[in-house]
Design a protein around this ligand. Structure first.
Ligand code: DAH
Length: 340
């Protein structure tokens, strides 16, 4: 009887030494402790032993061996379990690696301003529309009351293309397209890229962003225009901003204005940023010219409205205190990373 236990012990010792992974350990558990194991069957068979003392001793030894095997297998399976977890971590991912890739992108500062404005204007019931960057002379100029040979064209140096089209010099083309498509009444904004053929310096770029706005309804007055602009500026600069209106000439509005804001840097006293004038030119705007309405098949006797052309790039420069427009398109990560 005792021999039997010794052989089980011996074979287990061998098998145990060879069990070099979790799977093998689990198999040994069944093989040595399961219902069909030699040890189990043996323990069932000792009932037939007549000598009570002998039965007791053997029974005890069986239990000791069982516990010994159980403990050894448990210990080893815990060890392999840990190893397995470690291995899977090593293969699948490295827990010491930063959660976000180091060079994660971020929203461009101009886009940030654009999104902020979109939220403000959609909150006031405006819809967002857009138009093509490659445009016809008609939508970029003629339909905005700027016929061929009009001197106003000279203020917008234009990239002309081989196919007789042009790169839009202003987002005002979207006014015309929206009026044609939706008619009156109308409340839209149109953010987008514009292009001008000019030499670059700290305040001039060949491509930049504008946001056009147009509101058409009955009995619209300059007060609506000023009110809307004030809300917009307050939201953007997060404080009340003093404004002033000067006459400005744009063929598609009458009267036309230049809306200036009191310099946010010096508070109106005069500084380098505002060129000592105390004000910053920011928002050209005006009441839509009847000719523009007529060309887009809207009756100027029934409807009127206001329009504005906000320099998005310009606004971003003011908001973030950026002194050179060329940073925006430079792709310089040192610049872009500041806006994360
Ligand atoms: N499109 C003009 C420009 O780029 C800006 C402008 C002025 C837009 C007055 C308007 C406006 O809608 O009413 O110079």
């Amino acid at each position: 009887m005792k021999n039997k236990l010794d052989t089980i012990k011996e074979t287990f010792k061998n098998d145990f030494a060879n069990a070099d992974n979790l799977n093998k350990v689990k198999k040994l558990e069944i093989q040595y402790l399961g219902k069909k194991s030699e040890l189990y069957l043996f323990s069932r068979s000792i009932g037939s032993i007549k000598d009570i003392e002998e039965k007791k001793i053997i029974g005890k030894e069986i239990n000791i061996l069982k516990t010994e095997i159980k403990n050894l297998l448990k210990e080893k399976s815990i060890q392999y379990d840990k190893q397995d977890i470690k291995n899977s971590i090593k293969h699948d991912f490295d827990i010491t690696y930063p959660v976000f890739p180091k060079n994660n992108g971020s929203i461009h500062p101009v886009k940030m301003i654009q999104q902020q404005l979109e939220t403000i204007f959609t909150g006031m019931g405006f819809s967002i529309v857009n138009g093509p960057e490659m445009e016809t002379d008609y939508y970029n100029f003629q339909a905005l009351n700027i016929p061929e040979h009009h001197p106003a064209r000279d203020t917008q140096d234009t990239f002309w293309l081989d196919n007789d089209m042009l790169l839009r010099t202003q987002t005002s083309n979207c006014q015309v397209r929206a009026m044609e498509k939706f008619g009156a009444p109308l409340k839209i904004i149109a953010p987008g890229k514009c292009f001008r053929y000019e030499s670059m310096d700290a305040s001039h770029e060949t491509s930049f962003y504008q946001m056009e706005g147009l509101l058409i309804d009955r009995n619209i007055s300059i007060r609506h225009l000023i009110g809307t602009m004030k809300v917009l500026l307050k939201e953007i600069f997060e404080r009340d901003v003093d404004i002033r209106l000067r006459p400005g000439y744009f063929p598609f509005v009458e009267p036309g204005f230049e809306l200036d804001i009191k310099c946010l840097i010096c508070g109106g006293k005069g500084c380098k940023t505002c060129k000592n004038s105390g004000y910053l030119e920011l928002l050209p705007c005006g009441m839509v010219h009847p000719n523009v309405f007529k060309m887009s098949k809207i009756d100027p006797d029934l409807y009127n409205g206001f329009a504005f052309g906000l320099g998005l790039t310009r606004l971003a420069m003011m908001k973030f205190n950026i002194h050179d427009i060329r940073y925006f398109n430079s792709g310089d990560l040192r610049f872009l990373k500041q806006f994360r």
